[in-house]
Write a protein that binds this ligand. Structure first.
Ligand SMILES: *[C@@H]1O[C@H](CO)[C@@H](O)[C@H](O)[C@H]1NC(C)=O
Length: 319
């Protein structure tokens, strides 16, 4: 722990700063929010607010008041603050911030510029909403797959850099983690990552695990096999579920069939058990197809106006 209880007690006594959020799982419920629509159009403040409000008013479930972002930078700009920040302030939405680090050192430079600008512009209205910062997203996975990613050494140095940037700001002490596919954390090449971070962001998709039994009937075993292995590897570090979901439309992938009925089973078996265990979860996702149709499409809501659509499957948790 980087904060002694004496420091926190002192801070509380003076009322100067809020206690930094702990990385422990507390049952946060959120969705993943991209910076742009399926047609590449940038989301602006109203768009983010529209999505955040819809997530808070879902039928049959409640408490989806957190948002995971992939970047601090407004889409289409060099380093402007992403407009999800004022939207989160207006809708009282908690934030798991994301900093994009792949594709050269300029990425993190721009992310840090936007992060500093957000702290300066919005102050504690912004910083009080931040529950965590993820340095990178699936960079280790992409690197291993021969796509644009980063090595674990670069990731660890980026985490250190972000810690030094937030030290002495209102975000000091906010948990700093990394999001990746669980097999990337389990890969021994990347063993320097877990000691460097405060929480592990677990991405797990049985649908994509096409080399294993991955029918909807296997999905709960697949998911918890990966999650439990990651928890064991993580030791004392908490594991948050930063991405999971089941597609409603799309091609069959090995034994995995995309359908609303299967997405409903996945919700009941995975979302509902995570909620019950109070594991922080960021579902993938609320809506993938605003204009056009994603393939596969993981959205609880299908294409069209989020405000007028109804969910494609029930979100009720049956005991
Ligand atoms: C582990 O990661 C390294 C570095 O990215 C990669 O080359 C290797 O293929 C990975 N191993 C497995 C089993 O995925």
């Amino acid at each position: 722990m980087r904060f002694s209880s004496a420091v926190l007690a002192l801070a509380a006594a003076f009322g100067a700063v809020d206690a930094a959020p702990s990385p422990a799982n507390t049952g946060l419920r959120g969705f993943n929010y991209g910076a742009f629509f399926l047609n590449q159009q940038a989301k602006v403040q109203n768009d983010f607010a529209y999505e955040f409000k819809r997530a808070k008013a879902l039928p049959g479930t409640s408490g989806w008041t957190s948002a995971r972002l992939y970047t601090m930078v407004q889409w289409g700009t060099k380093s402007d603050i992403i407009q999800a920040i004022p939207a989160a302030i207006d809708t009282n939405t908690k934030l798991l911030l994301g900093l994009w680090i792949s594709g050269g050192t300029q990425s993190l430079d721009n992310e840090i510029a936007a992060l500093k600008a957000a702290i300066a512009k919005y102050g504690t209205k912004f910083t009080n909403l931040v529950v965590g910062i993820s340095v990178g997203s699936e960079d280790l996975y992409r690197d291993a797959a021969g796509e644009v990613g980063t090595t674990s050494a670069y990731l660890v140095s980026s985490v250190k850099r972000v810690r030094s940037v937030i030290a002495g700001t209102a975000l000091a002490g906010v948990p700093v983690g990394h999001v990746d596919t669980y097999d990337s954390f389990l890969n021994g090449t990347n063993k320097a990552v877990i000691p460097a971070i405060d929480f592990i962001g677990f991405d797990g998709y049985p649908y994509w695990e096409s080399t294993k039994a991955n029918s909807i009937n296997d999905a709960m075993t697949r998911f918890y096999d990966g999650y439990d292995k990651t928890v064991k590897l993580a030791g004392s570090k908490p594991v948050w579920v930063t991405e999971t979901g089941w597609p409603i439309t799309g091609k069959k992938n090995n034994l995995a069939v995309a359908s609303a009925a299967n997405a409903r089973i996945y919700w009941q078996n995975i979302a509902c058990t995570l909620l019950q265990k109070k594991i922080n979860v960021f579902w993938y996702d609320l809506q993938e197809s605003q204009y056009g149709t994603a393939n596969p499409d993981f959205g609880i809501f299908g294409p069209g106006d989020l405000g007028t659509l109804t969910p494609r499957h029930s979100l009720v948790c049956v005991r």
